[in-house]
Design a protein around this ligand. Sequence first.
Ligand code: ADP
Length: 259
Amino acid sequence: MTKSIPHYVEASNECTLFEQAFKNKLPLLLKGPTGCGKTRFVSHMAARLGLPLYTVSCHDDLTAADLTGRYLLKGGDTVWTDGPLTRAVREGGICYLDEVVEARKDVTVVLHPLTDDRRVLPLDRTGEELVAPDNFMLVVSYNPGYQNVMKSLKPSTRQRFLGVEFDFPELELETKIIAGESGLEEDRVRPLVRLANKLREMKGQDLEEGVSTRLIVYCASLIKAGMTVDAAVLHAMIEPLTDEPDVKEGLLEVVRVTF
Ligand code: ADP
């Protein structure tokens, strides 16, 4: 039985670029705000190419050993256990490191030899040096919008990757995506996307991040399930954005003038 391919609506030529990167054994960097489709894109491409996908959500405690593996105690013995990156290199597949800039600095040390033409993963602890097979691909993502200088990728790391920039799709395309995801008719989705675009204009002034495509999908799904538009907008598109009463009032004002 073939596994179904996660639905992904292409915005530009990113699917072809991904295929080219895979064929040419080049690593890929996806940049863009949270909730705009990066993870969905990678799972879609992995399924299309018939490759296993190892996804790691990076966080500030994530170390190189979390990716490569470690010795674990098992029934009195210490047994080496591969981490997700090592498994992808040993068995072939895509390793996707989501929000890679969050990870500890030692992670870049294991990524460098994998992202140049050697394509090797040295495992100091086991003494192995694994050569990545042709069907191994490394994909990383990050959100440049956070503007955290401490947490941007160093040129020596980023210049090892091909890059694709993701952004929220234009009105009609985003409407189609959300209608497809939620089952709500396009004519009822469109005003939600218009509202989201208005709220996105406030990014940088009062908001760190604009409304993601993911949140509009939540909102449309709630409406489809019978919730009133006002309540769905409040819970899916306002509350998740801010804790500040003044900012929330400003957002609600945008809702009042837009709807
Ligand atoms: P990111 O990884 O950028 O944070 P996700 O890939 O998790 O975001 O996207 C969030 C949700 O938005 C997805 O689960 C999907 O419902 C929807 N989505 C966003 N962009 C697309 C797209 N181009 N095609 C299909 N669904 C999309």
